[in-house]
Design a protein. Structure first.
Length: 299
């Protein structure tokens, strides 16, 4: 049985974090130490458009309060720099850097049709076509993820940017298209052996819609900048949704924050997680040591 570092013991007392004992959904076809699996956590994480270097990840692994990092595997609307994200990078940060990071894999697909005015590549207004485009997005995300070692058994998150904004016309048409796109994404991700997640502004992305489609995502990653380290009480999102043993949520509670840990400064978005992320697969049931301090579902 592999144990992850009791990282909370090295933290300032103001960052007491509870680590829940969890079961890995492993990928039996992948070799131990080179693939990924799914954990359920109640911890802090961060995400940023540029993949950090291994030295930055090592430094924050030792000195920051974070256990998970959001990494972009690509997509037609991804404009950051993920040149650091390779199979060697993943092996190092998950297994070789002194701290076993978990990852939040993100795909930036075609966006809501009404966001074309911002220069985005957008999905079709035809709901059937949008559904198929969601499936194609899952195919592409799976290919990109597996290229760096994020294999079936893990979770993939699709990034749906907020479109309930000034300048977005015919919002109802976009809303219908996005619902079908996310449903198509989920169906295909499950066929490919992944859990399906979706990120969006809890209000401007109309995330509640995603609970009433044919194929519902396993986990919701909601952006709502209230500074609260909890996945509950988010605007425009009922606490009864994605609230269960297999249907959970992440909360991006602040964004574009410059933080300094150890000798490394990075600008990140901050997340509280009580949901699924991609973690090390040791080929067996894995547990995480219990930490101390806060109650379940809070970070």
């Amino acid at each position: 049985m592999a144990w992850r570092e009791a990282k909370s013991l090295a933290r300032p007392l103001s960052f007491a974090i509870v680590i829940l004992i969890t079961t890995v959904v492993s990928n039996p076809s992948a070799s131990a130490g080179t693939s990924t699996a799914v954990f359920q956590e109640s911890v802090l994480g961060f995400d940023r458009s540029t993949t950090p270097s291994t030295s930055q990840m090592d430094d924050w692994g030792t000195n920051s309060p974070y256990f998970s990092a959001g990494v972009y595997v690509g997509g037609p609307n991804y404009s950051g720099d993920h040149s650091n994200l390779t199979s060697g990078w993943l092996t190092h940060v998950m297994f070789g850097g002194g701290f076993d990071w978990d990852l939040i894999p993100i795909w930036v697909p075609k966006q809501a049709p009404c966001l074309s005015f911002l220069g985005y590549s957008v999905m079709s207004t035809n709901t059937g076509t949008a559904f198929n485009q969601g499936g194609y997005a899952a195919d592409s995300a799976s290919t990109a993820a597996q290229a760096v070692g994020i294999n079936p058994g893990a979770i993939l998150y699709v990034d749906i940017e907020g479109y309930d904004i000034p300048g977005c016309t015919d919002e109802a048409t976009s809303q219908a298209a996005v619902k079908h796109f996310v449903s198509g994404w989920t169906k295909e991700a499950h066929i490919l052996g992944y859990s399906a997640g979706a990120y969006g502004s809890t209000c401007a992305s109309h995330v509640t819609d995603w609970a009433s489609v044919d194929y519902v995502i396993n986990d919701l990653w909601g952006a709502y900048y209230n500074g609260t380290l909890s996945v509950w009480g988010l605007s425009c999102l009922d606490d009864g949704l994605w609230n269960g043993a297999s249907d959970r949520r992440l909360h991006q509670y602040d964004g574009n924050v410059s933080e300094h840990w150890g000798s490394t400064t990075m600008t990140v978005d901050e997340d509280c997680e009580n949901g699924l992320v991609a973690g090390p697969n040791y080929g067996t049931t894995d547990t995480e040591p219990s930490g101390g301090g806060q109650t379940e579902d809070n970070c």
